[in-house]
Design a protein around this ligand. Structure first.
Ligand SMILES: [Zn+2]
Length: 252
């Protein structure tokens, strides 16, 4: 069966294909993650050139035939120019896209993931929020939306809701006091938090979808939150992400 579909979509990944084509991974609200061929997108005057690029959000007309998708027409909705003109922001945006791509299912609706990623890109681009704040909040919220919500309500051992020296256990996703140890059958470690970083993380998990960046945190507490969310993401997903290593090279 062949037919045309209309959908908005954000490009999570692009690679050259053949002489002039591109192969794209596109996240859509209703169809999840799709692999789409954009014919001729690398030609100078291609009408698909603007849309067939990493982190561009467009209205798309796709032609589908036997589970293969081809991009037929596109009109871009958001291009995130500020991110594209700054190499460290672009490397952060690429990391957001890779993390989302890992967690998004193919062929399953995922409007929430798409909306989260668009809000994070908007926060970096238009609102010019501090990149380290957007990164920490995005990592935590994305993991939570994907079924990896850490339980930050109270120390998992003694039940204290406001531990003096809170820590996040990275494999179990549990809060504990520095002095309350969580037994695990394998070597593990925890990330150190503080009152402010813990409160910010609780906020991010519980916030309304469009408000997850609406908090203030800076200095050491933001650094602690950032270290904890990054370590939690890489521990839970059990992999290293090339885009994350590249981002660290860019900002160091
Ligand atoms: Zn405790």
């Amino acid at each position: 069966m062949s037919n045309f579909l209309l959908t908005p979509g954000l490009v999570l990944w692009e690679m050259p294909l053949g002489e002039t084509d591109k192969l794209l991974t596109i996240l859509t609200p209703q169809l999840g993650k799709l692999t789409v061929r954009a014919r001729g997108a690398r030609r100078k005057n291609s009408r698909l050139a603007a849309a067939a690029q990493l982190l561009v959000y467009s209205d798309l007309k796709l032609f589908s035939y036997k589970d293969h998708y081809t991009l037929d027409e596109a009109s871009s909705l958001a291009q995130f120019w500020r991110i594209k003109s700054d190499l460290s922001l672009l490397s952060l945006g690429s990391y957001f896209a890779e993390l989302t791509s890992i967690l998004a299912d193919a062929d399953a609706p995922n409007a929430q993931l798409l909306s989260l990623l668009l809000n994070a890109l908007y926060g970096l681009d238009t609102l010019q929020k501090p990149p380290s704040l957007v990164k920490a909040a995005f990592e935590l919220r994305l993991l939570a939306l994907s079924g990896y919500t850490p339980d930050l309500s109270a120390c998992a051992v003694c039940g204290n809701a406001q531990p003096e020296t809170p820590m996040l256990h990275l494999t179990e996703g549990l809060l504990h006091c520095r002095t309350c140890l969580i037994p695990t059958p394998y070597p593990s470690h925890s990330a150190s938090l503080c009152k402010d970083s813990l409160n910010a993380m609780r906020y991010v998990i519980g916030a309304e979808p469009k408000r997850f960046l609406s908090f203030a945190l800076e200095g050491l507490p933001l650094e602690r939150m950032g270290k904890a969310t990054e370590a939690f993401a890489t521990t839970q997903l059990d992999r290293t992400l090339p885009t994350l290593s590249y981002y660290h090279q860019m900002i160091e």
